[in-house]
Ligand binder design. Sequence first.
Ligand SMILES: Cc1cc2nc3c(=O)[nH]c(=O)nc-3n(C[C@H](O)[C@H](O)[C@H](O)COP(=O)(O)O)c2cc1C
Length: 201
Amino acid sequence: MGKLMIVNGSPRAPKSNSKQYIQAFLSAWSGEYEQYSVTQRQHAACLERLEGCSDLLLVFPLYTDGLPSGLMEFLKAMLEQPAAPLTVHVVINCGFREPHQNDVAIDMIRLFCKRGGHRLGGVLRMGCGEAFPSTPFMGMARRKLRKLARSIQNGRPAQLSITMPLTRGMFLRAANRYWLSRGAQFGNAQAQMASMDIEGS
Ligand SMILES: Cc1cc2nc3c(=O)[nH]c(=O)nc-3n(C[C@H](O)[C@H](O)[C@H](O)COP(=O)(O)O)c2cc1C
């Protein structure tokens, strides 16, 4: 394979979980690569660099069961400037526990590939994507990302999933503790989260 372009599709790119997942992927990647973040908003320049690539890796979070708008904008720019066919790989992470939460977003990438004449390659679906980096479970995620990197490099891109080894109840308790402690900084978090009011409307 030729060069790989890695695109971080997170709106909070410099502080994103996606950035940490890219670093873990790169620890097992020995091929040529370039990196771009959609927050740089220099899509035209990135598309020029893409001309020298055979593969594209999109690393991004699930946003409302779909793609973040910055990534949508980038994909739209790619469709408007047709290029040579690429193999497009995906690492998608979501806050919920179940990796299958990401499936609709992956279908969106599949449609994008069809429309742009590209091929969908390796996919890693991550549940608990928000939580991995701050826990000892990050080692599991790193191993999966390295497995994906090796599979792409061997020319046999894998279809992978990962989540934390937690029951639904354990996940709910941990998530409640986390969000209530975060929300406590802003007053009565529990009442606010149960309210339908948006900023006092
Ligand atoms: C606006 C917004 C929408 C989100 N929508 C979902 C969602 O539909 N399902 C889900 O499981 N997680 C959702 N999340 C959680 C993110 O996918 C999760 O926090 C992810 O780890 C962020 O990755 P990043 O740091 O790479 O941006 C959402 C987060 C935000 C800020």
